[in-house]
Design a protein around this ligand. Structure first.
Ligand SMILES: Nc1ncnc2c1ncn2[C@@H]1O[C@H](COP(=O)(O)OP(=O)(O)OP(=O)(O)O)[C@@H](O)[C@H]1O
Ligand SMILES: [Mg+2]
Length: 234
């Protein structure tokens, strides 16, 4: 589905060079549920942005279903992003003046369909995440964990092929966390892959591949099943 071929990302800051991502080769397939773990500043968000067609690498190629996403025009890249990739940002990035419902409906505007249909789908997901009684609240009127679930609903509402989520359970209690993990597990299918950045061992246990990143260097640990971690969520 998506592959990184010797991808690197360097930042140059006042003469010093930060190797946010060292030469990385990686192949993600439909059905993959991948956890990315590593200390703060190790390059996790950088990896996610590069995978998400949002950050040009300094070297290498990123190929999504045959399209080299940084070798096409900006407009075409934006279209690939809108149609194929769902991103959950570390800081949610909800639109502050819109209600929870309007935030979740927003990406559906690119897809046509009637207003009632869009509203129905958005409501269904918000209800699924236990937010039926918060749909009219603006982000500032929601707790961090509630905003996180609104952001996730907004990402899933368009049914993207590749879900990239930066610490999507960081603000959640165990019950909400398990609901999010179960939802992502159910969402994944042969044509859809999920990549999560996480510090939570319960989340990486649910994944079937674990990528460890340290100072920009990515390593794949054994598949979760091989190290005796069942992929059950409860
Ligand atoms: N725009 C930038 N300019 C210069 N350096 C940057 C930039 N963005 C990130 N970095 C550096 O690149 C490295 C990787 O950053 P990144 O945000 O990917 O880390 P992270 O693993 O997501 O950390 P965290 O767990 O704290 O979110 C860090 O050392 C950071 O300081
Ligand atoms: Mg980060």
């Amino acid at each position: 589905m998506i592959s990184l071929d010797q991808v690197e990302k360097r930042y140059e800051q006042g003469g010093a060079v930060v190797h946010a991502l060292r030469s990385t080769t990686l192949d993600l397939r439909g059905g993959d549920f991948v956890a990315v773990v590593g200390p703060s500043g190790s390059g996790k968000s950088t990896l996610l942005s590069v995978l998400g067609a949002m950050l040009n690498p300094s070297a290498g190629r990123v190929v999504l279903d045959g399209t080299s996403v940084y070798e096409i025009g900006v407009a075409e890249r934006a279209r690939v992003r809108n149609e194929r990739i769902g991103f959950v940002f570390q800081n949610f990035n909800l639109v502050p003046w819109m209600t929870a419902l309007e935030n979740v409906e927003l990406p559906l505007r690119l897809y046509g369909g009637s207003r009632a249909e869009r509203r129905g789908r958005a409501l269904e997901l918000l209800e699924h995440f236990g937010l039926a009684d918060r749909v009219g609240h603006r982000p500032s009127e929601l707790s961090a964990g509630q905003q996180q679930r609104v952001a996730l609903a907004r990402t899933l509402v368009t049914r993207p092929t590749l879900v990239l989520a930066d610490e999507p359970t960081g603000n959640l209690d165990p019950a909400s966390r398990n609901l999010v993990l179960q939802t992502l597990t159910d969402f994944r299918d042969d044509d859809r892959a999920i990549v999560l950045v996480t510090h939570d061992p319960a989340v990486s246990r649910a994944a079937d591949r674990i990528l460890t990143i340290s100072d920009g260097l990515l390593e794949e640990s054994k598949a979760a099943s091989e190290i005796g971690l069942a992929s059950d969520v409860a």
